[in-house]
Ligand binder design. Structure first.
Ligand SMILES: [Zn+2]
Ligand SMILES: [Zn+2]
Length: 386
């Protein structure tokens, strides 16, 4: 193992004072720091060497050992008259293990100075307390967009494929959604450095942490293309498919057509909120359809077959003889398809209402009188009013 001249490594004289050692170390450590020279093996080795030299020379005891023996090892004692073992075994691995080095800075094992002290002001220009780095932007999924869509009763029944215009956004092509391109740290323009922005919720106004700087008031110079938002606006024609069976208030999801994500995260989704129009005769409750149809007295009394409107044309309905007004009939599977299970369909319920015969002539009146004579009835008999 080659003996290293720590004085030479730090570029200082043998009689350098503690503050000269520290100064030289800071200058070299800054120059060769791995953050400044990413993926540079030579600088990394140099950095470790500088580290090692400083570890020894900044510690009075270790420096004494080094001055006496020309190298440092833990088992050597500068004050001992014996140098037993040291010459035969040599320095144990250089006496400095870099792999266990903790950059976050537990106080150094060396008595004089701690690594923490050195590192805290390594990049701050020395002396003053460093300002904390602004928060690093994180990948963030885009927000969802909700768009209302009006469609007719029939369109809700058949489903609909159409194009709609969506004002959405996309990840910024210049900063990939970071909101900055690594420029200098500036006051956050969104909150003017306060870290707080005002929001209105209902009638209340309240302040909230600024999301552009995460409440720190500082950020890197915003990207000039997206103004630091990380996304740029985009108006897009989006093809949407509304399934058969939607109702007012249904939410149809169109994946990834919401606002753009940041730093490679997924875009949000687009939700179509449907609002279904009315039908002149039919009403809908869930997947079932309801209608009220008038029938005449002879139809009700004698029975017949009538046609009733449905959401897809006419359907035949048998009216049995003796049908009462308000009686309900069911047309199976003439309702809406189920959104949850398209193979299922609702029913249509038909309520009949007996229409009063219109008197259109003297003959009509006479016929009604004749009918009353033939069928003497008192429908209020059960009410004790005979
Ligand atoms: Zn940008
Ligand atoms: Zn801010």
């Amino acid at each position: 193992m080659a003996k290293k001249d720590y004085y030479n490594i730090l570029g200082i004289k043998k009689d350098a004072k503690a503050d000269e050692i520290k100064k030289a170390y800071r200058r070299l450590a800054r120059k060769h720091h791995p953050d400044v020279n990413p993926n540079d093996k030579v600088s990394e080795d140099k950095f470790k060497e500088v580290q090692e030299a400083y570890d020894v020379l900044s510690d009075e005891k270790k420096r004494k050992v080094f001055d006496r023996f020309g190298y440092y090892a833990d088992n050597l004692d500068a004050d001992s008259p014996f140098s037993s073992g040291a010459t035969s075994s040599g320095p144990a691995g250089g006496g400095f293990d870099f792999s266990g080095f903790d950059f976050s800075g537990t106080p150094g094992q060396s008595s004089g100075s701690s690594f923490r002290d050195i590192f805290s002001d390594l990049f701050s220009g020395g002396g003053q307390k460093a300002q904390p780095e602004p928060p690093r932007p994180m990948p963030k999924k885009g927000r969802d967009i909700e768009i209302p869509l009006a469609l007719s009763f029939e369109e809700a029944f058949t489903g609909l494929t159409t194009n709609i215009t969506v004002n959405r956004s996309e990840q910024c092509s210049r900063c990939q959604g970071a909101g900055d391109t690594g420029g200098p740290v500036v006051q956050c323009p969104t909150c003017k450095g306060t870290g707080q922005v005002m929001r209105t919720g209902g009638r209340l106004q309240f302040s909230q942490n600024c999301s552009d700087c995460e409440g720190t008031g500082r950020r890197r110079q915003p990207c000039s293309l997206c103004n630091g938002k990380g996304v740029t606006p985009k108006t897009e024609q989006v093809k949407i498919k509304i399934p058969a069976g939607v109702d007012t208030g249904s939410r149809v999801r169109v994946p990834k057509k919401g606002h753009g994500g940041r730093l490679g995260a997924e875009p949000g989704d687009l939700f179509i909120l449907t609002n279904v129009g009315k039908h002149p005769f039919l009403t809908r409750k869930g997947d079932n359809v309801y209608i009220t149809v008038p029938i005449t007295v002879p139809e009700a009394a004698l029975g017949t077959k009538i046609e009733v409107p449905t959401v897809e044309g006419k359907a035949a309905l048998k009216i049995p003889s003796g049908t009462e007004s308000g009686q309900k009939f069911r047309l199976r599977e003439r309702g809406f398809p189920s959104l949850r299970n398209p193979s299922l369909r609702g029913d249509q319920f038909v309520e009949v209402k007996i229409a009063l015969p219109k008197v259109i002539s003297e003959e009509t009146k006479e016929a009604l009188r004749q009918f009353e004579k033939l069928n003497p009835e008192n429908p209020r008999k059960t009410m004790g009013l005979e």
